[in-house]
Design a protein around this ligand. Structure first.
Ligand SMILES: [Zn+2]
Length: 76
């Protein structure tokens, strides 16, 4: 498996895992009235954003070379 495919899977799992954590922590935080748990669910939301950036950056980096970028897009 090439590194772009591996990174894509890591990004997707990161998004799915953090959506799960966001929902669980948010739910438990609200029913138990715990500010710490709610704050941690917000932290999971920022991790979803980080995983999304991994996914998008990887997608751009995997593009083959073109006229403007003779050495490919790996360094994006
Ligand atoms: Zn290009």
């Amino acid at each position: 498996m090439d590194r772009y495919k591996t990174t894509k899977i890591a990004g997707i799992f990161g998004i799915i895992g953090n959506v799960f954590l966001l929902v669980i922590k948010g739910f438990v935080g609200f029913i138990s009235n715990s500010q710490a748990m709610i704050a941690d669910s917000v932290n999971s939301a920022s991790d979803i954003f980080a995983s999304l950036m991994t996914f998008i950056g990887n997608k751009i980096a995997s593009k083959p070379e073109d006229e403007d970028h003779n050495f490919g897009h790996r360094k994006i």
